[in-house]
Design a protein around this ligand. Structure first.
Ligand SMILES: Nc1ncnc2c1ncn2[C@@H]1O[C@H](COP(=O)(O)OP(=O)(O)O)[C@@H](O)[C@H]1O
Ligand SMILES: [Mg+2]
Length: 268
């Protein structure tokens, strides 16, 4: 497994009424297998576009991506996506949702049952496996989404604000779960978030993006994800370096937002 190489990606959307949006410009990035990257940036800086391109849902206008020595040119089970919410099959039970990928692959039933049971254990939902999705809380639904993604055994997991719709306490528990899954599975993960704290906690590498055109503004290597694997996240947040980085990045994002507001006001 050699990792993911994103090379000079650009994405331009032509608008129906004329004009265009440069959603990404010349984004390059190399991720080693097993690395955990968080991506942060103001709204509209191209985070979702970047993830959709890596997922193969969108073709970039320029650039290419190599995963484990082959070029990415469309969706594939080697890259799994976890959305913010609402992407589960509502008419299926928890067990059926998690077993969906293995079923599609034609996996023998016994093997599928084993995998599903194991993953439900890992995400703490063993007692809920016969429940319907609508009977679960938001946090539980995201656990199902994580387990369903893992059931396909992807090399790369892509998460677009997967915890964004959860209340603060549930969110913190889920952050710990993401770290645990990362360590236990050794998967390469790209996680997009709006929250500076979450990006710091969940990224051993953190990318700050800037808008118009969407691009990489700054990259960090951080110790907090590794610390959070064996430690309460609230303890990690008390680390002086954590507070320092948080202030620095908050200031950075604040300046970008100001600039966007300024431009909007000037245009109106
Ligand atoms: N299908 C599309 N057509 C036109 N513009 C788009 C499309 N998708 C995204 N955009 C624009 O591209 C920019 C980046 O969007 P997006 O990737 O969703 O940003 P983020 O996820 O960081 O908020 C925004 O200006 C957005 O309006
Ligand atoms: Mg987005």
């Amino acid at each position: 497994m050699s990792g993911l190489s994103i090379q000079n990606l650009s994405m331009r959307f032509d608008l129906p009424g004329g004009g265009h949006v440069q959603a990404l410009q010349d984004v390059s990035l190399d991720l080693k297998a097993g690395e955990l990257l968080s991506v942060l940036g103001p709204s509209g800086c191209g985070k979702t576009t970047l993830l959709n391109i890596v997922a193969g849902f969108l073709a970039p206008t320029e650039g290419k991506m190599i995963l484990n020595e082959h070029e990415i040119n469309g969706p594939d089970a080697e890259r799994g996506m976890v959305f913010q919410q609402g992407a589960l099959f509502e008419w299926m039970s928890v067990r059926e949702n998690v077993g969906f990928g293995p079923s599609m692959k034609g996996m023998p039933k016994r093997e599928k049952v084993e995998i599903v049971d194991h993953l439900l254990d890992v995400v703490g939902l063993q007692d809920f496996k016969e429940k319907a999705v609508y009977e679960l809380s938001g946090g539980m639904q995201q656990r199902v989404a994580l387990a369903r993604c893992l059931a396909n055994d992807p090399d790369v997991i892509l998460m677009d604000e997967p915890l964004g719709a959860l209340d603060a306490l549930t969110r913190e528990k889920m952050q710990s779960l993401v770290l645990k899954l990362w360590k236990e599975t050794g998967k390469t993960i790209i996680l997009i978030t709006h929250s500076v704290e979450e990006a710091l906690l969940l990224g051993e590498r953190l990318l700050v993006m800037a808008p118009r055109p969407g691009r990489i503004h700054k990259e960090y290597r951080l110790p907090f994800a590794e610390m959070g694997v064996g430690q309460d996240l609230r303890e990690v947040k008390k680390n002086p370096e954590f507070a320092e980085r948080r202030e620095e990045i908050l200031g950075m994002i604040w300046d970008m937002e100001e600039e966007i507001m300024g431009r909007t006001e000037a245009a109106s």
